[in-house]
Structure formats: structure tokens, C-alpha cells
Design a binder for this molecule. Structure first.
Ligand code: SAH
Length: 223
């Protein structure tokens, strides 16, 4: 008798279950955020040698000296961003597309910017493969944001800046939230949550974090 053994690429439930438990222990408690992470297998976003470690709560290399963030960090940033399906969201640093897909499953429309055209091409194929049609991606220096599409209700910056970038803050709607890792010394960075108010900003420190730096301009031949 033949038997349908299902999709060989299906998510290994026990490893994903363990990861979700770990995320809860790290403070990711929002059930919507957890369920989006649970239904987004992270191995798809990794090069072959690292696929086996996809369900570990660690950052992993994706090429061009970049990493896909630790799942707990993705979870916390997404949770603190308080995204709903009414929001237009901007992400700076598409990388593998993992965080982008998690945001796109929660928001109305995601705009995502990546300075490495090669990384962006692979991420865009993943958006197509995963049938996500509410993502618009562009290869450019994210320091300038995406003025043509501003304002955004939410902005997530996936690389560390020296300070809250004024150009990006100006593209945030009043009442909007930005999450940004601040600090260029990798061992001394803080994850900052900025809410734009009528007459300024409210800032909250979400704790220590570790991100690759936001780079200037487009990559040269060397990187
Ligand atoms: N969110 C990604 C991980 C981001 S790693 C994921 O889920 O995989 C940080 C990314 O920011 C890298 O891909 C890096 O190339 C990109 N980056 C760094 N500086 C940038 C800039 N100035 N403009 C756009 N992207 C930038």
C-alpha cells in the first residue's frame, strides 16, 4: 500500500516547539507573533551548511558578512513594533528576507530596503515562493529610507545605527513606532523603541542587543 509521507521539507515540529518555548522564556509572549514565527520555517532562509541549525536561537551567516538575526531578537522586535494589518511598514536591511516575511504576514504592506543586490535577489525569490504579495523590495542605501512611500506607521531597522536616524524618524507617521539598534560598538548596543508623538518622540530602551552595523552607501566589489 502506498502512503503519502507528506512534504519532506515540512517543519520538524519538535525542534520548532523547543524554539517557541525558548522564545517565550526570552519574553516573546504575543501569541500572534509566536504563531507567525512557528509557521515560518527558518531553514528556508539559510545557506545549506547552516540549515541544520535553523531552529537554534542563534544568529547565523547568510553571506556577504551578514547574518540572519537570532529568532528571539526577531520575536522581540516584531512584538515591540505592535504591527497590525492596517500598517504600512518599512524595514531597512532585508538580508535573508526572514524578518521581512514575518512582518509581511502581520502588516498591510511591507517596504523593505537592502544595499546588497545579491542578497535582495535571493530574498525576493523567497517572497515569491512563499506567495507573499504585499512586499515591495528595493536595492538601495537604506540610510535615506523610502521617501516616495513615507510616512510609515512602523519602521524596523535591522542593522545598528550610531543614533536614532533623523531621516528615518522623519518618515515615521505621528503615533508610529520605530525599533532601532543603537551603538556602533558591537559589544555595547541597545535596542531602542521610538514612538513619534505630536511634538517629538518618546524613547524606551529595550535592553542590550548585537547587530551588524548599518553600512554607508552601496557595496563595492570587495563586499
Ligand atoms: N533582517 C535580516 C537580517 C538583517 S542583517 C534577516 O531577517 O535576514 C542586516 C542587513 O542590513 C544586511 O543584509 C545588510 O546588508 C543590510 N544593510 C546594512 N546597511 C544597510 C544600508 N545602509 N541600507 C540597506 N541595507 C543595509
Amino acid at each position: 500500500m502506498s502512503e503519502n509521507r507528506g512534504n519532506d521539507d515540512a517543519v520538524p515540529d519538535s525542534r520548532m516547539g523547543a524554539l517557541i518555548l525558548e522564545l517565550r522564556q526570552c519574553g516573546v509572549t504575543d501569541s500572534t507573533v509566536l504563531s507567525v514565527i512557528e509557521t515560518t520555517p527558518r531553514d528556508i532562509f539559510l545557506p545549506e551548511p547552516f540549515k541544520a541549525r535553523a531552529f537554534e536561537n542563534v544568529a547565523l551567516p547568510i553571506g556577504h558578512h551578514q547574518t540572519v538575526s537570532q529568532p528571539a531578537v526577531v520575536g522581540l522586535m516584531t512584538q515591540e513594533l505592535e504591527v497590525t494589518d492596517r500598517h504600512k511598514v518599512l524595514e531597512i536591511g532585508t538580508g535573508s528576507g526572514y524578518q521581512a516575511i514575518i512582518l509581511a504576514k502581520l502588516c498591510r504592506r511591507l517596504y523593505t530596503v537592502e544595499r546588497h543586490p545579491a542578497l535582495l535577489k535571493i530574498a525576493e525569490q523567497r517572497f515569491v515562493d512563499m506567495k507573499l504579495t504585499n512586499i515591495t523590495a528595493i536595492a538601495r542605501d537604506g540610510a535615506g529610507g523610502w521617501p516616495e512611500q513615507a510616512p510609515f506607521e512602523r519602521i524596523l531597522i535591522a542593522a545598528a545605527a550610531a543614533d536614532v536616524p533623523p531621516v528615518l524618524f522623519n518618515q515615521l507617521a505621528v503615533g508610529g513606532i520605530m525599533i532601532v539598534p543603537v551603538g556602533l560598538d558591537e559589544s555595547d548596543q541597545r535596542l531602542i523603541k521610538v514612538t513619534r508623538t505630536e511634538d517629538g518622540a518618546e524613547t524606551r530602551d529595550l535592553g542590550p542587543t548585537r547587530f551588524v552595523p548599518l553600512m554607508d552607501g552601496m557595496p563595492g566589489a570587495e563586499n
